[in-house]
Write a protein that binds this ligand. Structure first.
Ligand SMILES: Nc1ncnc2c1ncn2[C@@H]1O[C@H](COP(=O)(O)OP(=O)(O)OP(=O)(O)O)[C@@H](O)[C@H]1O
Ligand SMILES: [Mg+2]
Length: 360
């Protein structure tokens, strides 16, 4: 390239050589494309080459860009002189990557900058999915409630037996909605203070015993025996007692709900040892059931909000599918680890690893 021909003024009075300009463009982390007045590509940088390929210099921009929206935007900016932005999508195998392309005029050139929009679009999609899930979860019990209200004010008005039965179902549906709202509030609170380290000391043996006591009615209704095996009878960890109660309530309750009737759920608190997962001293609390187990491909997804293996069974037992999402956030706050191991037909073991010393 002829350097004297492409000398550009960056600041009044400062003249930079082509090489300096190309170096400056190359230092920009976003893909950049410069198109000359003859519509041919004048400069690119390394991120742009990664995006659209190498050997583009001197080619007509249509060959590199191909998408009509961008080509129209270049023509419009050349005419009007004012900036614009346009969507550009690259397709690689089965993945689309959306970009926002800023098109601006710089003297006789047109400069294109590409901003990857995947993260922003993923967040948007997550938010939409979340709202759709919440609406769906609320709509089902609401539809049932409205149906029963209609029946009770019409056909079943003077039928005391039907009335009592329907009121029972209505109470069940209303409880489900309350539980969902409680779980949603709990999830947002837990997310809020995830970065704040818990400072109190919690005695795990007593906490596990009290959680199990609280779940006794549910366990005996399901005909499941919950056993506690404390390998170290008194064990303190830095933690938030309320949140750790929530963790073990959900795990032991899952063991009861998805375990097998007539069988047992075994809760074990191991002696503190050095855990690679914690990079230090920690305890392992295991909740093992003898239920149907969970197929391998579900395991990684169990901590996603609203993810259920068998949504019919989960709803029947009053589950919202938020329990393990809450558990994961709480364990993250405690700098602990969660491990789910399961074998179909054998049962599930959920382990929580918690550091015994505060790592500040
Ligand atoms: N011990 C287990 N055995 C078999 N499946 C389990 C077990 N624990 C969890 N699951 C599966 O993982 C799903 C998610 O569990 P999670 O605790 O997040 O939700 P839930 O129990 O359905 O509802 P919630 O905890 O909000 O009442 C459950 O719906 C169930 O399908
Ligand atoms: Mg649960």
């Amino acid at each position: 390239m002829n350097a004297s021909l492409i000398r550009l003024h960056l600041l009044k009075g400062i003249i930079l050589s082509t090489e300096r300009i190309l170096n400056l463009i190359d230092a920009i982390p976003l893909p950049v494309l410069v198109i000359g007045p003859d519509d041919r590509i004048r400069a690119t940088n390394t991120p742009l080459e990664a995006l659209l390929g190498t050997d583009l210099i001197g080619k007509h921009h249509i060959t590199a860009l191909r998408q009509p929206a961008v080509i129209d935007a270049i023509a419009a900016v050349r005419q009007s002189g004012s900036k614009t932005s346009v969507r550009f999508v690259t397709r690689e195998r089965d993945k689309d990557t959306p970009f926002r392309v800023l098109v601006a005029k710089a003297d006789d050139d047109v400069v294109l900058t590409f901003e990857d929009q995947s993260a922003a679009e993923d967040v948007g999609k997550m938010r939409r999915d979340f709202v759709a899930n919440v609406s769906h979860e609320l709509r089902t019990p609401l539809t049932a409630l409205l149906g029963f209200i209609e029946t009770l004010s019409g056909a079943a008005r003077d039928d005391p037996a039907a009335r009592a039965r329907f009121l029972g179902i209505m109470a069940h549906e209303a409880n489900r909605m309350t539980r969902l709202v409680d779980d949603l509030l709990s999830l947002s609170r837990v997310e809020e203070d995830e970065r704040v380290r818990p400072r109190e000391q919690v005695e795990l043996g007593a906490l596990l015993a009290s959680v199990i006591k609280g779940l006794e009615p549910q366990a005996s209704a399901a005909d499941v025996a919950v056993r506690l095996d404390l390998k170290c009878p008194v064990q303190h960890v830095p933690g938030d007692a309320g949140q750790l109660t929530q963790v073990f309530s959900n795990l032991i309750e899952n063991g009861i709900k998805y375990g097998a009737s007539g069988k047992q759920v075994l809760v074990t608190l191991e002696e503190p040892v050095n855990h690679l997962r914690l990079r230090g001293q920690g305890v392992q609390i295991r909740v093992a059931d003898q239920g149907d187990g969970i197929a391998g491909h579900h395991i990684a997804r169990l901590t996603e909000r609203f993810y259920r293996v068998d949504s019919h069974r989960s709803r029947q037992v009053g589950g919202t599918g938020l329990g393990l999402a809450i558990v994961k956030h709480i364990i993250n706050r405690h700098r602990g680890r969660l491990l789910i191991e399961s074998e179909l037909g054998q049962g599930t073991i959920v382990s929580v690893f918690l550091p015994v010393a505060s790592l500040s």
